[in-house]
Design a protein around this ligand. Structure first.
Ligand code: NDP
Length: 292
């Protein structure tokens, strides 16, 4: 038996989620601020609720996928959450996840926060590699695990309701650095007779080959020994940075995406870490370093 559920939010992501649950045979009640977007889902079999409060009243399992945390608070303001299992798939910060958990629990609900690592076309496509981080109350996660797994894979990352957002944002932040690198690389070849389409596969395979370095960094962080099994020592990499910066200049390309990282590497080198992998640079980013 497929359990009934409610989805608040029929934006790009909410719509994809509703369609996936409907396709799997779950009865779905949906609410959206702009009714037309919810009504578009009625043709697929969803029941449209007139208000967020009505939608919450319709099912014990309530999924929320709205723009941001403030919108979640606003939308749920008049709803009775008593006895509800609230699963928040709205992107937020770890502190917002923790505060929203306390807020929901004070209103009689069990709460799971979540971070979606997928774009709408990946939802409901088991082969896409998309997944969702969950954290918070373990009870509702265990109980609804199969239902939650319908739109995308599930990864429960702990009882701290801030951990789903923290994992989500950490991955997105790493992606941001990668996108910066891709932007710079295309800018470097830009002035030349090199087709971006020929260059892209080279970028993809090189970046893919390099991401495995995160495993070595993790080992070094866990042992606290950044000089263990060194692959590319910092002194060599800082020397190499001069070539990166000079090439940018030769190609007439701004180095502004590179310099925040190269300057940080120089600072860490100056602190005597030249014979280690750059792993220890995470210490330089710690704003509480040296306090108490
Ligand atoms: P959309 O912009 O498509 O939809 C936003 C939703 O929030 C709509 O349902 C909109 O209602 C609603 N909304 C906005 N403001 C208010 C308000 N003041 N009161 C009530 N409802 C409001 O965004 P997505 O569906 O793409 O994103 C939803 C969540 O999913 C976000 O937190 C996003 O970060 C996350 N997400 C999205 C991904 C993506 O690629 N799309 C990927 C991973 C996570 P209305 O229709 O009335 O405007």
């Amino acid at each position: 038996p497929r359990i009934p559920l409610t989805v608040l939010g029929a934006g790009a992501m909410g719509t994809a989620l509703v369609r996936a649950w409907l396709a799997a045979g779950h009865p779905v009640t949906v609410w959206n601020r702009t009714p037309a977007r919810a009504e578009a889902l009625a043709a697929d079999g969803a029941t449209v609720a007139a208000s967020a409060a009505d939608a919450v009243a319709a099912s014990r399992l309530v999924i929320v996928c709205l723009l941001d945390d403030a919108t979640v608070g606003e939308a749920l303001d008049g709803a009775d959450l008593t006895g509800r299992d609230l699963v928040n798939l709205t992107t937020g910060t770890p502190a917002q996840g923790r505060a929203r958990a306390a807020w929901a629990e004070a209103r009689g609900a069990r709460f799971l926060d979540a971070g979606i690592m997928a774009v709408p076309p990946m939802i409901g496509d088991a082969g896409s590699g998309g997944f969702v981080f969950y954290s918070g109350s373990p009870g509702p996660f265990e109980e609804h695990r199969d239902t939650l797994a319908v739109p995308a894979g599930t990864r429960y990352v702990g009882e701290d309701p801030g951990f789903a957002a923290l994992h989500d944002v950490a991955l997105l932040s790493a992606m941001s650095g990668m996108f910066a690198g891709i932007t710079h690389a295309f800018a470097l070849i830009g002035p030349e007779d090199i087709a971006p389409k020929d260059f892209a596969p080279l970028l993809v395979s090189w970046l893919g080959a390099m991401t495995g370095s995160a495993h070595l960094a993790a080992e070094q962080l866990e042992s606290g020994d950044y000089g263990k099994n060194v692959v590319s020592n910092l002194a060599m990499q800082v020397a190499g940075n001069a070539t990166l910066l000079r090439t940018a200049e030769e190609q007439g390309v701004s180095a502004e995406l590179l310099t925040p990282y190269t300057e940080l590497m120089e600072r860490w080198l100056a602190e005597g870490h030249g014979q280690e992998d750059p792993t220890g640079m995470v210490e330089l980013l710690d704003l509480r370093r040296g306090e108490g």
